[in-house]
Design a protein around this ligand. Structure first.
Ligand code: AMP
Ligand code: MG
Length: 486
């Protein structure tokens, strides 16, 4: 049994509501992530065994667990909602991993809480498996993210698109504090709580700057830098989050809340998959400006604890927020230079990157394969690459420029190719594969889930016999819309 601690539950009572996971008498384990459990110092077999399983099923709660539902607010599609909170998830406690990092253990789909509003507090199997697969794929790709530790079926049907199997996900995060957590207290003008939350987050996530002259300003900068890195990373792998509301924006810089998220197949900056995003607010190409917008909202919430003089607070916060585009730009250039096999920064790199992306957009080329196949073209032409770009004549010109840029670095072509294959994944959780996996699970077949998990655990290594996992969907396999399906 891992020792569960609850530092968050030691904050004042208005930060959360005590809760208990609902009882699922006929629950069954669907998946356990033993690798992650090991990293957290959880003994092999514990999650499947009596104690871990009974905790997820709400049948018995460990004596040292103090489950809570966290309070938060948030801007949803631009509209402020002063009270959201964990309506179907519970923070069971925290585990201190052997590497000294504290992680939240969070059970999603555990039943109603005081924050459930009209919702039933449940989750269903499809979205639970989607989050499981996509968050673990993100981790294997090296993207900061919440992780999936285990999934169970509750044994009870839940009404969504008809009746669906109820499920729960045990998820791990550096913490579940969001931009919306700060907004919750700012909206209530509870400046004491804002100060306590700022100190808590600095101690837990950013101890190096905890004693800064203005702690809240240091926090704003750390969150801004983390979001800039994160969203640049998403961009570089064609990931669309889908619901970048401020309540889904982690203070610790992790990708959180895998609802209608998707990896793009055919490249278009305007791509949207989420069925609830009618205006395209969270389209692929908008993600950097939305991250900036969310940072502004964090800044607004923090103003009272930045300085007691409102004008001074605004000036200080504005200066930090204004740096976001520089942080994003640097992170973006860094990621895309590496994707092109470049190791040095030179003038003209931004244009070279933009040139390739615009060719990709013109041909609606597959995002992932465009980068992967480019590695074949370091020295000579590549038939696979040409085919992806429908024989666009612009590609040949661009390749000449790229090769001469590589020549400036005097790099060995074999090394360039190897470097590119190490940062441009071959396997991503393609929408149609995720969809097929979910449909199979609804028929009781978990082979596709296991296969997908295995392939995605090594996204950069070509795996024999797994070619089907590399290909974009055929027209009849296309998934145009993804759903929160909560
Ligand atoms: P999300 O769209 O997952 O970020 O959730 C937004 C808000 O709605 C959060 O406060 C959730 O806790 C709440 N919520 C979503 N689904 C449910 C549900 N089935 N029951 C209760 N609350 C929910
Ligand atoms: Mg959420």
């Amino acid at each position: 049994m891992p020792a569960l601690t609850s530092t968050y539950a030691q904050l004042p009572e208005r930060f959360f509501a005590p809760v208990a996971p609902g009882l699922a008498e006929r629950a069954e384990v669907v998946a356990v992530n033993e690798g992650l459990a090991g990293e957290l110092g959880i003994a092999p077999g514990w999650l499947r065994g009596d104690e871990g399983f009974r905790m997820m099923a709400g049948q018995a709660i460990a004596a040292d667990a103090a489950p809570i539902a966290m309070a938060y607010a948030g801007h949803q599609f631009g509209n402020f909602v002063p009270q959201l909170g964990d309506g179907r998830a519970m923070l069971l406690g925290e585990v201190l991993a052997p590497d000294g990092v504290r992680h939240d253990l969070h059970l999603k789909g555990a039943g109603r809480t005081p924050f459930s509003r009209g919702g039933d507090g449940n989750a269903v199997l499809g979205p639970v498996l989607r989050e499981y697969v996509v968050s673990e794929a993100m981790a294997a790709l090296g993207v900061p993210t919440t992780r999936a530790l285990a999934a169970i079926k509750t044994g009870t049907a839940v009404f969504r698109d008809g009746m669906e199997p109820g499920a729960r996900l045990l998820r791990v995060a550096q913490s579940h504090v969001r931009v919306g957590t700060f907004q919750y207290f700012a909206a209530r003008q509870d400046f004491e709580a804002l100060g306590l939350l700022t100190d808590y987050v600095l101690q837990r996530h950013y101890p190096d700057v905890a004693s800064a002259e203005v702690p809240a300003l240091a926090l704003l900068e750390q969150v801004g830098r983390g979001q800039a890195e994160l969203v640049a990373h998403w961009h570089s792998i064609g990931f669309i989050h889908g619901v970048m509301n401020t309540d889904n924006c982690s203070i610790a810089g992790e990708t959180i809340d895998y609802g209608p998220c998707a990896f793009m197949d055919f490249f278009s900056p305007a791509q949207v998959y989420s069925s609830i995003d009618q205006q395209g607010r969270y389209a692929f190409g908008n993600q950097p400006s939305i991250a900036h917008w969310n940072l502004v909202k964090l800044a607004e919430a923090l103003l009272p604890v930045i300085d007691s003089d409102p004008d001074k607070a605004v000036t200080l916060a504005q200066a930090v927020v204004n740096d976001f585009s520089d942080w994003f730009g640097a992170a973006y250039l860094g990621r895309y230079r590496a994707k092109l096999g470049l190791t040095e920064a030179r003038d003209g790199d931004a244009e070279l990157i933009a040139g390739y992306l615009s060719l990709m957009a013109r041909a609606r080329a597959d995002f992932t394969l465009s980068w992967r196949y480019l590695a074949d073209a370091v020295e000579a032409g590549s038939a696979r690459l040409d085919a992806l770009f429908d024989g666009d004549a612009g590609l040949a010109d661009w390749l000449v420029n790229w090769r001469s840029r590589l020549a400036v670095e005097g790099a060995d072509p074999a090394e360039v190719r190897a470097r590119m294959l190490a940062v441009n994944p071959l396997y991503i959780p393609r929408n149609h594969l995720v969809q097929e996996m979910i449909e199979a699970a609804y028929r009781g077949e978990f082979g596709p889930f296991e296969a997908l998990m295995q392939v995605l655990s090594r996204p950069f290594d070509e795996q024999a016999g797994r070619e089907a996992f590399t290909l974009p969907p055929e027209p009849d396999q296309m998934v145009e819309r993804t759903f929160c399906g909560t």
